[in-house]
Design a protein around this ligand. Structure first.
Ligand code: M6R
Length: 607
């Protein structure tokens, strides 16, 4: 969840660290800090709040001329956001400087052991045990490499660590266990980052560290060893991401830019993969398991947050199109269930970042039970992509806004293609694929009417609660629409299947409790109309997302946003877009930083 950056190379380190931290800020923004080596000294600067504040404090050529440094932006887990809890953390002597992402679960016992040995702690963090443990081993006469190995062996939990040893400034150390860390490979320079997006514009060549690996990096060299002290080979992965994709351009926020990327994101997901005239879906990433997939009788979709809601749409898609019984579970619940498994079950893990701790743990559990695991992942080379047996990349480009928007559209597109791929009756898919090709244009029509949504957001922005209702394919859209509003505007919102409304939530309906109704004309719109009648009878305001074909809705409300018509399985690709924009406009009208909503982090790498 925290952001880590490290640099060793020919360029001035500090601007690279600060740029990297700005790019990583979406991972955590409680406090930030840097440590840079110059002329035998390591200088540290920390600040509370966003990276902007750290940047302002780095005046008067702070450490100019340094070529080696580390930086961190924090999402607090242990200890409040203040300067002493901000990273980098150091040992008693001020020799070792550490930035950390993850949680050291046994830090309390390690801390009390080290305190008994005379170590003086300055923070409430779990991280601070790392430099002190290394120091403790150094004090007992071990050299740095051995001290680091012994320290890593004592730590329980998850870590991505980057470490400077002031006594050996020719090496930058890094270690990983269950928390992502990537090496950026440059010319006469190397980088370390918790997320490859921090390296965009610097290098497109990266090496993903595996669990239990330690990297020793210099300006021109990368050495990777495992905890058994054996040198391990590494593979350089080429990222296709461009600098433009990681910049806001003319948009005021990444969130808005990413919503407006919707049409291209859907195109990029199906480009080269579908041939509607031949009813053909070609998913290269699944070829190696194509024969095994023919034997699959049941699917389990595992994911968190927005990816979970995409998975819920997937449940309807696989059942209707592939005729495969499918269940979608929160990865965080699945990992602790004790259900019986059938070997003909395949797991599909969905993750934008590919680094979500719960999703990774769910994959491990599935593998332990011998299930085939597939990934739907946006970040190339990420841990989910590497840990699954096969998978399909989203090709959505980097998603910087903390609230996931474009990733949802690309996940839905991939799920639709996978449902056709797994279908035994391909002939029925022609219409679906033809319609899918028309979706980008239809999203453009929605985006062109964003001013209407902005007006409606103005009207609705002061309500304190919202109910989001949908049925069938639009039930998960109701859940995702409510999540977006909560994340961005801090307004309480609940998503519900419209049929369930009368079993409880209707009790809350008053003239101060509006309902967002997702009701395109389809097989269940008649049923939805009856549900909305019940709301109107209780004076609840209604805002409807619908299609021109739905004539009945105008008798229930004047607040209507029309979207183009498509076939039912594809509706979520259209219905979610106005809800994303609605959340965006309400959030910005309330003056919130919609790209970095409070308490959230983009990539949830702790449990
Ligand atoms: O990277 P992932 O798709 O695995 O992330 C899952 C969730 O943490 C993520 O979707 C989260 O719910 C977002 N804040 C939603 O906007």
């Amino acid at each position: 969840m925290c952001g880590i950056i490290g640099y060793f190379g020919k360029e001035e380190a500090l601007p690279i660290l600060v740029n990297g931290l700005e790019a990583l800020e979406y991972r955590g923004y409680d406090s930030a800090g840097v440590a840079v080596f110059l002329e035998g000294e390591v200088k540290v600067k920390k600040s509370v709040g966003k990276v902007e504040i750290l940047k302002k404090s780095l005046k008067n050529n702070f450490c100019s001329g340094s070529h080696l440094g580390i930086g961190h932006t924090r999402w607090a887990t242990h200890g409040i956001p203040n300067k002493s809890n901000a990273h980098p953390h150091s040992d008693c002597q001020g020799r070792i400087f550490v930035v950390h992402n993850g949680i050291i679960e046994n830090y309390k016992e390690l801390k009390s052991y080290l305190q008994k040995q005379g170590h003086n702690f300055k923070s409430e963090t779990d991280t601070e045990v790392v430099p002190h443990l290394i120091e403790n081993f150094l004090n007992s006469g071990k050299d740095f490499d051995i001290a680091l190995f012994d320290t890593l062996r004592m730590i329980k939990g998850a870590y991505a660590l980057v470490i400077i040893d002031k006594e050996n400034p020719k090496i930058l150390y890094a270690a990983r266990l269950s928390s992502p860390l990537v090496i950026g490979v440059g010319k006469n320079e190397n980088f370390l980052a918790s997320d490859p997006s921090a390296l965009i514009g610097k290098t497109k060549n990266v090496v993903y560290l595996n669990d239990g690996e330690i990297a020793k990096i210099s300006q021109n060299d990368i050495n990777i060893i495992n905890l058994k002290k054996k040198k391990t080979p590494y593979e350089i992965v080429h990222l296709g991401w461009d600098l433009e994709q990681a910049q806001k351009g003319d948009f005021p926020h990444f969130m808005l830019k990413e919503i407006f990327e919707g049409p291209e994101v859907v195109r990029a997901a199906f480009r080269g993969r579908i041939k509607s005239k031949e009813n053909l879906v070609k998913l290269g990433g699944l070829e190696k398991v194509a024969d095994q997939l023919k034997e699959v009788k049941r699917l389990l979709i595992l994911a968190c947050g927005t990816s979970y809601y995409a998975g819920l749409v997937g449940e309807y898609l696989f059942e209707e199109i592939s005729r495969l019984p499918t269940e979608t579970h929160f990865a965080s619940e699945f990992r602790y269930r004790d259900e019986p498994f059938d070997k003909n079950t395949a797991v599909i893990a969905i993750s934008q970042s590919g680094e979500t701790a719960d999703t990774l743990a769910a994959i491990q559990k599935a593998k332990k039970h011998g299930l085939m695991t597939l990934g739907i992942v946006n970040t190339v080379g990420s841990t989910v992509a590497r840990e699954t047996d096969a998978g399909v990349y989203n090709h959505a480009g980097p998603e910087i806004g903390v609230a996931s928007t474009k990733a949802f559209l690309s996940q839905l597109t991939v799920l639709i293609m996978m449902a056709v791929y797994l279908s035994k009756n391909k002939n029925s898919s022609k219409k679906l694929l033809e319609e899918l090709e028309k979706i980008p244009k239809k999203i453009e029509i929605i985006l062109a009417q964003s001013a209407k949504l902005e007006k409606l957001a103005e009207k609705y922005k002061n309500y304190k609660n919202f109910l989001f209702l949908g049925r069938r394919y639009n039930y998960p859209v109701a859940l995702e629409g409510a999540l977006k509003l909560k994340e961005i505007s801090y307004i309480h919102a609940e998503g519900y299947g419209a049929g369930e409304m009368k079993h409880g939530p209707i009790a809350m309906i008053t003239e101060n409790f509006p309902t967002m109704a997702i009701i395109p004309q389809n097989s269940v719109s008649e049923k939805m109309i009856s549900n909305l009648e019940e709301i109107k009878a209780r004076k609840g305001p209604i805002f409807a997302i619908t299609t021109e074909e739905n004539k009945e809705i105008s008798s229930l409300t004047k607040d209507i946003f029309y979207i183009p018509k498509t076939i039912e399985p594809l509706e979520p690709l259209l219905t979610i877009v106005p809800l994303q924009l609605f959340a965006y406009y309400i959030g910005t009208k309330k003056g919130f930083d919609v790209d970095k909503p409070r308490n959230l982090a983009k990539s949830v790498t702790v449990e």
